[in-house]
Design a binder for this molecule. Structure first.
Ligand code: COA
Length: 105
């Protein structure tokens, strides 16, 4: 996975990751993650998240995101935050539970 500084779309099988790697090359913003409706609930986003998290672990990068699920996806905000937390994300702003961060392992 290309984690050099810059903004790009990365396809991991059926799931698209929109990321921006900051110029300090220490932080990644996960701007959006999406799986086409016909491929949802088949594990594709889990695979994409695994690939992103592994690549960030290998390179010592933090990941930041703002949880705001598309209502059409059927995901509630609570459910998607729970899903991100399973990948090691934690809230990093006291008054905003949608702002999540993951430290590299
Ligand atoms: C969020 C999204 C990327 C998930 O993609 P996906 O390929 O369907 O996800 P997966 O099949 O890998 O499922 C991931 C987990 O979420 C669960 N899940 C999937 N859709 C769900 C839903 N609508 N409600 C609750 N849980 C859901 C799955 O059961 C799975 O859990 P598990 O790991 O315990 O089995 C997809 O719904 C999407 O593209 N939504 C529109 C864009 C969006 O809202 N992006 C998130 C912005 S914060």
């Amino acid at each position: 996975m290309n984690l050099t500084p810059g903004e790009r779309f990365i396809a991991v099988e059926k799931t698209l990751l929109h990321i921006s790697v900051l110029s300090d090359a220490k932080d990644v913003l996960l701007l959006f993650i999406s799986t086409p409706p016909e491929y949802r609930r088949q594990g594709y986003a889990n695979k994409a998240m695994e690939e992103l998290c592994c690549a960030c672990d290998e390179n010592g990068l933090r990941i930041f995101l703002y949880a705001a699920p598309d209502p059409a996806s059927g995901f509630s905000l609570e459910d998607i935050i729970t899903w991100y937390m399973r990948w090691g994300f934690t809230p990093h702003r006291k008054r905003n539970s949608q702002a999540l961060m993951r430290m590299p392992k």
